[in-house]
Design a protein around this ligand. Structure first.
Ligand code: LLP
Length: 418
């Protein structure tokens, strides 16, 4: 089913005409479908079935409070990488007991906060981090559950910027040295070893690298068992890709079946950290055509959204589908969709055949993940508003930023005496 159907030549978000949303709330505007998010999450949860485990949504993909609140209600855990993300989860009604804390650079303050609220587990990425967590836990009289993020050295065959499982990446602990690091963890006070985790990259469209990584992780679990170190859970990270254009990633269910097969007969629970595959296709970005600027070489459609609103095309040459939300009488031509930011790299799409007039509203599909969360205020642009549609209802879940938001906390220098 389509969560953004076209009905009588008008594009909808569930049962809400996107033209109405653009008119009421202005553009650029992120619109998410509640049902798309729920269905995508439930595909994971249902596939897990009765197997012990937890689906920890990767907050970085889309951290809007309403999105987190919805997922918490559906029984999600959360994968966080900062104190800010942890605060968001708590504010949205999520339980810290269902939170795994990932990331290479956890600060003293963040670890202390995570221990205070009682996160489920720290996914630890280095020996110095183990020492830091142990020292802080000891000073607080607490015990920290830890898992080591190992680097299984498999090639995720995705964009180099979002591939994380190779030994030259900054992430994780080399799986070959992991047994020694586990022994080191065992020697430190106030740490409780509970798991092994890995995350090999993002937007993977083939499950082979995931399954290879899992094989290596399970071999490590066996090595650890032999050393008397018991592992309760394996966390295989996130990374399952989505269709932006014509990619054909495995269905969540099929992927999970293969993963669970590998865990058969083992007494370990399964944790996962999906982000993109839960929210990417649940969101679109609406933008209005400001000017049409045909030139001798290229036709530019200058729109009101820019790289600050959605940096994925500029940063990863990511492809997003662009369509006019309404009918158009204009002749179809090839257009570059570009924003107002003063950078040549500020584009959203190249060479798209579209029928366009100034004032038309365009929808950029599949922008629900790493869209708003990677947006910035570059060029002193206020960040977009966000809406969740639910049937025929639309909820404003983030106001458009104002100029006051933009300068919050800034100050002028004192007046000089001259
Ligand atoms: N767990 C860890 C430890 C991660 O680093 C990530 C993503 C995830 C889970 C979630 O992965 P997902 O299921 O979303 O693929 N900004 C890039 C993606 C960066 C992903 C970073 N880590 C993009 O827009 O493509």
């Amino acid at each position: 089913m389509s969560y953004f159907p076209r009905i009588a030549s008008q594009l909808y978000g569930e049962g809400v005409a996107l033209s109405d949303l653009a008119q009421t709330h202005g553009t650029p505007l992120y619109v998410y479908s509640k049902k798309a998010i729920s269905d995508a999450f439930m595909a994971y949860k249902n596939a897990l079935g009765k197997h012990e485990g937890l689906i920890c949504y990767a907050v970085k993909a889309n951290s809007n409070l309403a999105v987190l609140g919805l997922l918490a209600e559906l029984g999600a855990g959360f994968d966080i990488v900062s104190g800010g993300e942890l605060q968001r989860v708590i504010t949205a009604g999520g339980s810290p007991n269902n939170v795994v804390f990932s990331g290479v650079g956890k600060s003293h303050q963040e670890i202390q906060f995570a221990l205070e609220v009682g996160v489920k587990c720290f996914n630890v990425e280095s020996s110095p981090e183990l020492e830091r967590i142990s020292a802080i836990a000891t000073s607080m009289g607490k015990t920290a559950n830890i898992s080591l993020r190992v680097n299984p050295d498999v090639d995720a065959q995705t964009h180099p910027y979002i591939s994380t499982g190779l030994k030259e990446n900054k992430f994780g602990i080399d799986i070959k040295t992991a047994p020694q690091v586990y022994e080191f963890a065992q020697s430190l006070p106030n740490l409780n070893i509970t798991g092994v985790d890995c995350h090999i990259g993002s937007q993977l469209t083939d499950m082979t690298p995931f399954l290879d990584a899992l094989d290596r992780v399970l071999a490590l679990v066996d090595t650890l068992e032999a050393k008397g170190i018991t592992i309760d859970h394996v966390d295989i990270g996130g990374g399952l890709g989505v269709t932006y254009r014509d990619e054909q990633p495995p269905a969540v269910h099929d992927y999970m079946v293969e993963v669970l097969k590998k865990l058969e007969g083992r007494n370990v629970s399964l944790m996962m950290e999906p982000g993109r595959s839960i929210v990417a296709n649940a969101g679109i970005l609406l933008t209005t055509v400001e000017y049409l600027k045909p030139t001798e070489h290229k036709n530019f459609a200058i729109v009101d959204a820019a790289m600050n609103d959605n940096i994925r095309p500029a940063l990863y040459q990511a492809w997003v589908n662009v369509e006019n939300i309404g009918p158009s009488d204009a002749t179809a031509q090839s257009w570059d969709i570009v924003g107002p930011v003063c950078e040549t790299g500020d584009f959203l799409a190249h060479d798209r055949s579209l029928s366009l007039s100034a004032g038309d509203v365009l929808a950029l599909r599949s922008c629900g993940a790493y869209g708003f969360t990677m947006s910035s205020n570059y060029n002193s642009r206020t960040r977009a508003a966000e809406i969740i549609v639910d049937g025929d209802q639309a909820h404003l879940v983030r106001e458009r930023e104002s100029f006051d938001d933009l300068i919050k906390g800034e100050a002028l220098l004192p007046k000089s005496n001259q």
